[in-house]
Design a protein around this ligand. Structure first.
Ligand code: XMP
Length: 513
């Protein structure tokens, strides 16, 4: 199948991933590559279009990232955005200067609708600007197709050479008609048909994986999270019983979680795969006995996981491939341009070094999270698993303050199950990015019936976040919190108080350890 590819050349702007996402929303396959990618490589990849991203630099500064001007004569349609627009102007002999005033934020923008990308855009529209330099004069052969009060060249084009540039950011939603502009570029001058769909991806990937693995064996560390589940199912469709999925239950999972993973991947589930469920909770509890320091707990859990995994891999023997559910944001974050090295598995805390794998296979490494979810649905994975909120590898081990004991695990599992149930009932489960109950190590006096109690306090956490690097505590309706509180203190033994954590990140973290 011929793949229509659009390349985003990354010059260091903050919205670069978003550009790729928006292009993919036009059903056109798109990849982000660093601006250091040589022009020869670009020619080899034969893209239908190239987008130059924004970036924090000034083009006229020699140290800024530049690109071989031959790029603009390849005959491949190019769209420059912000810094990319200035780079196009500067490389082709236009004038780029510091603007008299920086433009930042939503900006009223005048559009010449005869511009090739602007046929569907209003004459006066709102765009998102973020720049201190601007194009003062376009290069020869270009015409100005948009301006603002501050910016004489908010967009320019040389349609004959298929070169287009916009000073604003069409990829962010604050640019009200931005998607129309990106779509006009990829479906117009680039000539893409917009036929890239998730089922194409799924079918094609299955064929590729089958060819790659041949008669070899593969092992997949399955956590029950969406990424590793989708990777496992894809792989299993490709190579069937040559794949073994290992699910390690460390006894720190949420209530009923191990059972739900079994239901999907075990012998009675819809997939015919080699599934190994290792019940390792006792050895984890044993190792965690008496340990209170959070980092130490993490290390113990990570290391023990590896030991269990190693033992299972040894039992299977002669495994050529290790399957990981790495997704595109992980790839981008770990440094573009570098090969996907055997980086420590975020979920399991590190890979066994001595297990001799020929190669790591990451079938989802080009997908964004929502695309992984779509692929999951396409593969028939149940919705509750596909839309699962993130759950950290060390599990409840990092949601229990102080020593982890089987009793405390039980308390937090029960409280968390109630919380999740009530959040779902209130219809908030898909709105809140992450929410859970944690066990504080605090005990205090309470009264129940006629009796004095001296029991634990549960902390409820709920956050909204786009990247999990920063987060805001969610404003959960009071009635929901009251209901959860009342159920927890009534139904969970050894809990007599419930707190709601109002802290954002920073200064807090999302987890509670
Ligand atoms: P923090 O607590 O650092 O969490 O604000 C940010 C996000 O990362 C998740 N998290 C982990 N995920 N292994 C994981 O797979 C881990 O060791 C781990 N620690 C934190 C956390 O749940 C949140 O989504």
């Amino acid at each position: 199948m011929e793949k229509e590819l659009v390349i985003v050349l990354d010059f260091g702007g903050q919205y670069n991933q978003l550009i790729a996402r928006r292009v993919r929303e036009c059903n056109v396959y798109c990849e982000v590559h660093p601006y250091t990618m040589p022009i020869e490589k670009i020619k080899e990849m034969n893209p239908k279009g190239i987008i130059l991203t924004g970036g924090p630099n000034s083009v006229y500064d020699e140290k800024s990232p530049h690109y071989d001007p031959a790029l603009f004569s390849l005959g491949i349609p190019i769209l420059g955005i912000c810094y990319g627009a200035q780079l196009m102007a500067w490389s082709l002999g236009g004038k780029v200067e510091t603007a008299p005033v920086s433009e930042y934020g939503k900006t009223e923008t005048m559009i010449d609708r005869s511009g090739r990308l602007f046929g569907n855009v209003s004459e006066k529209t709102v765009t998102w600007m973020s720049h201190t330099d601007y194009i003062a004069e376009p290069p020869e052969g270009f015409r100005v197709t948009s301006h603002t009060e501050v910016c004489p060249v908010a967009a320019m084009e040389n349609d004959e050479k298929k070169l287009y540039a916009v000073q604003f950011h069409p990829e962010v939603t604050h640019t009200v008609e931005g998607q129309k502009i990106l779509s006009a570029f990829v479906l117009g001058p680039c000539g893409c048909s917009g036929s890239w769909k998730m089922d194409n991806f799924v079918d094609k990937t299955i064929l590729e994986l089958r060819e790659k693995v041949g008669s070899g064996k593969a092992l997949c560390a399955l956590s029950g999270g969406v990424d590793s589940s989708v990777a496992a199912v894809l792989m299993s469709k490709a190579i069937g019983k040559q794949l073994t999925c290992v699910f390690v239950d460390h006894g720190l999972l949420r209530k009923d979680e191990a059972e739900s993973v079994d239901r999907v991947f075990g012998p009675d589930g819809p997939y015919d795969l080699n599934f190994v469920h290792v019940d390792a909770h006792e050895r984890f509890y044993e190792k965690l006995k008496g340990v209170t320091e959070p980092e130490k707990k993490r290390k113990i859990i990570g290391e023990e996981f590896i030991r269990v995994f190693e033992e299972e891999a040894k039992k299977i023997g002669a495994v050529d491939y290790l399957v990981q559910g790495t997704i595109y944001p992980d790839v981008i974050e770990s440094g573009l341009g570098k090969s996907a090295t055997i980086k420590s598995h975020h979920n399991v805390g590190g890979l066994p070094d001595y297990v001799d794998f020929k190669e790591i296979i990451e079938p989802l490494r080009m997908l964004f999270k929502d695309e992984v979810r779509r692929a999951g649905l396409e593969l028939g994975i149940p919705e509750n698993l596909v839309y699962r909120q993130p759950f950290p590898g060390p599990g409840l081990g990092i949601r229990i303050i102080g020593e982890v004991t089987p009793e405390k695990v039980k308390i937090v599992q029960e409280a968390d199950a109630i919380y999740r149930e009530e959040i779902a009932k209130a219809g908030l489960d898909r709105k809140i990015n992450q929410y859970f109950a944690a066990l504080t190590n605090m005990r205090s006096v309470g009264v129940m019936g006629d009796f004095r109690t001296y029991d634990y306090a549960i902390a409820l956490r709920a956050v909204e976040t786009s990247d999990f690097m920063t987060a805001e505590a969610t404003n959960i309706p009071w009635e929901v919190l009251q209901k959860v509180t009342s159920r927890i203190v009534n139904e969970v033994e050894h809990v007599n108080r419930v707190f709601y954590d109002c802290t954002s990140k920073p200064p807090g973290t999302i987890e509670f350890e």
